[in-house]
Design a protein around this ligand. Structure first.
Ligand SMILES: [Cu+2]
Length: 299
């Protein structure tokens, strides 16, 4: 198992554990305006999902019924492109740390879950064709989607639904920038519904980690860098082991410029790192471009 794979597995594990306890809370909005709830699942290397859903605000709850880590991420298909073309191009881009196809629009999703675990996000789905895919890499660096863990989901226009379904009410907003983070206000301890908004041009994701005592952002950057394991000559200073960095408490899969995704998390006082695990067009990770940020949560 290479280091990138290990990092993703452990990160996903802890995110999923954090999300599981939060996802039972009912949304704080009227029932008739609540987002539709769509259940997604992974088992035996394949996704279970509806073939078609209605457009509008949607809560995706992802259950991992398999015996490995899995991660639910949507990409939107450009007109004329097929799911197989996405899988082929994305697989090659990961293998070579190359720019991701521009016609593959990042569309969020609930992210990772451990075997038996779950995760959830709420986001707006416009009409179109999407591919639900799992980018977790196996021991050879091959993403699960390259081995068949993907499926197409069609979102159909539905005026009756989009007129009544509304976004959750956020208690805090985190903006994703090229390359950095902006937190709109002092976030205090407690349960939050966090709006994650991509205010940059590139696609970005979000990982929130509560830092262990004495751990610096540089420690986090060295260990979490998703591109480090694909390079040679980078082992001069071993990074801090992932399990010594702290605890991952939440996050979302990558979203395109201008997109918002909501998720719930319970924060306790302390220092947190905000990270983006994406890779830029130059083959360097967003972490290497500076997309790591210290957020202090007060009582
Ligand atoms: Cu980023």
């Amino acid at each position: 198992m290479n280091r990138a794979r290990l990092t993703l597995v452990v990160a996903v594990t802890l995110i999923a554990q954090g999300c599981t306890s939060d996802s039972d809370e009912p949304p704080q909005i009227p029932a008739d305006a609540a987002p539709d709830v769509v259940l997604l699942a992974s088992a035996n290397g394949a996704f279970e999902a509806p073939d078609t859903i209605d457009a509008g605000w949607t809560t995706f709850r992802f259950a991992n019924n398999g015996d490995d880590i899995h991660y639910a991420h949507f990409v939107q298909l450009a007109s004329g492109k097929t799911a197989n073309e996405v899988i082929a191009a994305y697989t090659e881009a990961i293998r070579t740390s190359a720019p991701r196809p521009e016609w593959m629009t990042r569309f969020g999703g609930p992210g990772g879950a451990v075997p038996g675990g779950s995760s959830a996000v709420t986001q707006y789905m416009g009409p179109g064709n999407y591919v639900l895919l799992c980018p977790v890499e196996d021991g050879t660096g091959t993403p699960h989607f390259a081995k068949g863990e993907f499926r197409t989901v069609v979102v159909r226009a539905s005026a009756s639904n989009t007129s009544t379904r509304t976004a959750p009410s956020a208690t805090a907003t985190i903006r994703l920038l090229d390359y950095g983070f902006s937190v709109d206000s002092q976030i205090t301890a407690g349960a939050h519904t966090i709006r994650t908004s991509n205010a940059g041009v590139e696609g970005h994701d979000l990982v929130i980690m509560k830092l262990a005592s004495g751990i610096t952002l540089d420690d986090v950057s060295r260990t979490m860098n998703p591109e480090a394991a694909r390079r040679t000559g980078n082992a001069a200073k071993p990074p801090v082991l992932f399990e010594n960095l702290g605890t991952l408490v939440g996050g979302i899969a990558a979203i395109h410029s201008g997109m918002d995704v909501f998720f719930t998390v319970t924060l306790t006082p302390g220092d947190y790192a905000l990270l983006c695990m994406a890779t830029a067009g130059d083959g360097r990770s967003h972490i290497e471009h500076g997309m790591v940020h210290l957020m202090t949560v007060k009582q």
